[in-house]
Design a binder for this molecule. Structure first.
Ligand SMILES: Nc1ncnc2c1ncn2[C@@H]1O[C@H](COP(=O)(O)OP(=O)(O)OP(=O)(O)O)[C@@H](O)[C@H]1O
Ligand SMILES: [Mg+2]
Length: 404
């Protein structure tokens, strides 16, 4: 049998990445990267599309750079932004089958039930991630299929987003003639790429500091327990420096990349850095960056506190995304979050690994791993595997309940 292809499109605020992979082991989510294309992102703000044409052109340029077409595989597209909300729900159903055995299909029914739980009319559920099951009062079951039980309760983490924002992202990709198979919450994709099962079992928080958003996913005792999207990222840091120094954004971004640190106490008061003809006070720049970094990290800390998980993360925090590369970010995070922190990039990349071995590519690589793992579980409708260049897809609209 020919090996399965999977594609990912990470529509980021600063860059779009189109990535192609060949599935090596679907269950483990191992994928060999066979192509990567990148283009600067225009038309997005804080993870959301604000100019459809500009965004579409950027996506098209990334696809072009990836080799021009996404043929014969499923396409996963990342989503983030302030419109995302998530919660933990509990749903229960009676298993009326004669032999009392819990089937895969029964679990799907529970998931469908969880999708119905109290979201606003303008929201659409993106993920239902089962956390654990209670079978006739027996708590803490992770694999219910094949076990006997009458009353089955499922605890799940449910993520939803604004229909219009999801539609805009899908639209920009569809306009390039690509059939989208699924949208994936960006921190979940990054988690696939960066986290070890062992970290998840222990309890870990992933914090992806991008250009427009900072995305959070926390796992407690192996289960996804919390997700959040903070509408602040690396661009906010550069914008603050631009404002503080009264220089163009590009100059500020350049200064940040060359000389930036969030540990202002390590920079001498009178130290100067040079860019072009001008000199700038390095300590002032680092104070601006530290102030913003504190705000983002305090937001992440409060987000973990609000759901009471910050003390249940013995594996600590892992930072990824381009914003995590700002010098001193891990040290400051350790202090503010109160847990050990490290900076991570995608792991276990096979094939053309070098271009994506950086924290900026965690989401893109994660989209491949997510696609490889979850394709096996999807209902195999007619043409479900066939991704062709050229047609706008009714399947996506059906899937989102827009009707056709
Ligand atoms: N070495 C570095 N030091 C500091 N900041 C960096 C470095 N490299 C990249 N960045 C910053 O990282 C940000 C981009 O990160 P990333 O590529 O993960 O974002 P994105 O995926 O485009 O955006 P988002 O996920 O928020 O939609 C930019 O603000 C950039 O300035
Ligand atoms: Mg990103």
């Amino acid at each position: 049998m020919a090996s399965r292809l999977v594609y990912g499109i990470d529509v980021g605020t600063t860059k779009i990445v189109a990535i192609a992979g060949r599935v090596v082991d679907g269950q483990r989510g191992w994928v060999e990267v066979v192509g990567v294309g990148e283009a600067p992102s225009y038309g997005l703000k804080r993870g959301l599309i604000v100019d459809r044409d500009a965004a579409t052109e950027s996506v098209a340029a990334a696809i072009e750079a990836c080799g021009g077409g996404l043929h014969g595989g499923t396409v996963s597209v990342g989503i983030a932004g302030g419109h995302i909300s998530s919660s933990n729900v509990e749903v229960a159903l009676l298993n009326r089958s004669r032999d009392r055995i819990v089937t895969e299909r029964f679990v799907r029914r529970l998931e469908a039930e969880a999708r119905q739980t109290g979201f606003a009319e303008e929201e659409k559920v993106i993920h239902v991630v089962p956390r654990s099951f209670v079978l006739d009062g027996t708590d803490g079951v992770h694999q219910p299929v094949g076990l006997a039980a009458r009353k089955v309760m499922m605890r799940a983490h449910v993520v939803s987003g604004a229909i219009s924002s999801i539609q805009n992202i899908l639209g920009a990709v569809e306009d390039c003639g690509v059939k989208v198979s699924r949208v994936v919450l960006e921190p979940l994709a990054s988690s696939e790429a960066c986290l070890l099962d062992e970290d998840r079992r222990l309890g870990v928080a992933l914090i992806d500091i991008g250009g427009g958003t900072t995305d959070i996913a926390a796992f407690v005792r192996g289960s996804l327990t919390h997700t959040d999207v903070v509408p602040l990222g690396g661009e906010s840091f550069s914008a603050d420096v631009a404002y503080g120094l009264k220089v163009p954004f590009e100059t500020a971004d350049d200064l940040k990349l060359r000389y930036g640190t969030v540990l202002s106490h390590t920079i001498d008061d009178v130290a100067a850095v040079r860019l072009g003809e001008r000199h700038y006070n390095a300590n002032f720049i680092s104070q601006i960056l530290e102030y913003r970094a504190r705000e983002v990290l305090e937001y992440a800390r409060d987000s973990l506190d609000q759901v009471g998980v910050r003390n249940s993360l013995p594996a600590g925090a892992v930072l990824t995304g381009g914003g995590s590369l700002l010098r001193g970010m891990d040290e400051l995070a350790e202090k503010i979050l109160g847990m050990r922190t490290k900076i991570v990039m995608p792991r276990q990349i096979k094939g053309n690994a070098e271009p994506v071995r950086k924290p900026q590519y965690s989401t893109a690589v994660g989209l491949l791993y997510f696609g490889a793992k979850n394709d096996d579980l999807r209902p195999k409708g007619k043409g479900a595997r066939n991704t062709s260049f050229g047609s706008i897809v009714s399947a996506v609209k059906e899937w989102f309940g827009f009707g056709v």
